[in-house]
Design a protein around this ligand. Structure first.
Ligand code: ADP
Ligand code: MG
Length: 440
């Protein structure tokens, strides 16, 4: 170590980030880094593996700039030495129980999953895979927005397989737990054990939230190898994600693998499905909920099933604490904050047109006009679709007439066309979500 800096800068960095990250994170990632040399020009650290280097640079390269010397190029003057993994003789590998093992949520069964047009297809695919693991679509890739039931379906597959064939080893992981497990096995030099477990002992691998692996190429590669190895043995893989494969920042190889089987999207449930979900959740909580109230909730909370569930939970707590039956007025006051989040109140045909015109990059006037140019006509249909979806209180005839005197049946036609399109067109789906977000 140079006389100019006795590792002070590194120690200061450690002191600084110790408060910024969790204890587990610190122990897993930061503590194993050893400072080898430190001078005013550069520092050299030893890391147990490339993952730790990657983690450090990904999360702390900005912070490090305040502590570590910089090169003239402006880059951090930090050298990494990867300590050689001592190869442990992999003679006989005792199979250990996995460290991380997500047990399935008992509520997340197929029976408790309410179907509607937005999720029927993906539910059938999930059931198909659960009935004949490894024999139909492999992998099955499920994508969709937050709170729309991806994890629920994934666990549903797990339950179903376990119930039918208890000998099958079903493992459910999130890609985050996979990363953590990988790190702790790297630290304990037990990587071979972990590899052996995933590649030879698992029959069905359910991977939740693959998007967490984005920008972590080394972890991704490890998981990709595992997936390939399992698929080659006809072992079933199911993956969930918040985006479709091409939109994930993952390697081409991984994306190709994920697209190999069946890619299915799960959409925002329609009003009728939302009502059914609310009623089902209320039944589960033994909450008596008049149909009117179920509609009241479903009409106002429409982006996310978890929020619908939240609304039911809140009403259930209210009913239990105050021994009162739930009326529409009670629902309105109890769910005030939840509902104020949704754009329900302020939305008008005008505001929808404005938002659609911005997102679809067509002129506001064109939307109101008669042009049949493809992009304009599509945007107009989307606006009609959204008007029907969002302006619940108003009559369809009145809504239709705000579109330059269109008829009720033109409105319905547009609504139907866009609804169908949304179930298979991700780009459109995102655009519509964007319009909705703009509105709120
Ligand atoms: P995601 O993983 O897509 O973010 P989850 O699977 O965690 O969403 O679902 C959020 C909540 O909504 C869960 O409690 C789940 O049971 C419920 N849920 C989602 N979709 C449905 C559905 N179609 N029927 C019943 N409950 C659902
Ligand atoms: Mg989830």
């Amino acid at each position: 170590m140079s006389a100019c800096d006795d590792g002070d800068s590194w120690n200061q960095f450690l002191g600084f980030i110790q408060d910024k990250c969790s204890k587990g994170e610190f122990l897993n990632w930061i503590a194993p880094i050893k400072l080898l040399r430190s001078s005013i020009e550069e520092i050299t650290v030893e890391v147990p593996n490339i993952f730790v280097r990657e983690y450090l640079m990904e999360n702390y390269s900005k912070v490090l700039r305040s502590f570590v010397p910089l090169r003239t190029s402006g880059d951090l003057a930090i050298n990494f030495i990867i300590s050689e993994e001592k190869k442990e003789e992999p003679k006989s590998l005792p199979i250990e129980k996995k460290v991380v093992d997500i047990t399935f949520n008992t509520n997340y069964t197929f029976e408790n999953f309410i179907e509607g047009p937005s999720n029927q297809f993906v539910k059938s695919a999930a059931v198909g895979v659960a009935m004949r693991p490894g024999k139909t679509f492999n992998p099955l890739f499920i994508h969709g927005g937050v709170g729309l039931g991806k994890t629920h379906l994934l666990h549903g597959i797990g339950h179903c397989i376990k119930n039918n064939q208890s000998k099958i080893n079903v493992q459910c992981i999130t890609s985050e737990t996979f990363v953590n497990e990988l790190v702790s096995n790297l630290r304990n030099k037990s990587l071979d054990k972990m590899k052996n477990f995933y590649r030879n002992m698992v029959d069905v691998l359910l991977i939740d939230d693959i998007q967490f692996l984005q920008n972590k190429p080394n972890f991704e590669e490890e998981l990709c190898n595992t997936i390939e190895c399992l698929i080659n043995q006809n072992k079933q893989i199911v993956i969930t994600s918040d985006k479709p494969p091409p939109q994930l920042q993952l390697s081409e190889r991984m994306i190709a693998r994920m697209e190999w089987g069946l890619v299915a999207s799960i959409g925002v449930p329609e009003l009728e499905t939302r009502v059914a979900i609310v009623q089902h959740k209320a039944e589960q909580k033994r909450l008596k909920l008049p149909q009117k109230v179920a509609f009241f909730i479903a009409e106002r909370v429409y982006q996310n099933v978890r929020q619908l569930e939240g609304a039911v939970n809140r009403l259930s707590a209210y009913a239990r604490l105050l021994h009162k039956e739930i009326s529409e007025e009670i629902a309105e006051t109890t769910l005030k904050e939840l509902i104020e989040f949704t754009p329900q109140k302020k939305v008008t045909v005008e505001s929808i047109l404005k938002s659609v015109s911005a997102v679809f990059e067509v002129k506001f006037q064109d939307l109101k006009g008669e042009s049949r140019l493809k992009n304009i006509a599509l945007a107009r249909q989307v606006a009609m679709y959204l008007a029907k979806e969002l302006l619940k209180g108003e009559s369809l005839t009145k809504i239709a007439s705000s579109f330059n005197g269109k008829t009720h049946s033109t409105l319905l036609h547009s609504w139907k066309k866009i609804s169908e399109e949304l179930s298979k067109n991700d780009v459109l789906n995102r655009q519509v979500q964007m319009v909705k977000r703009n509105l709120s």
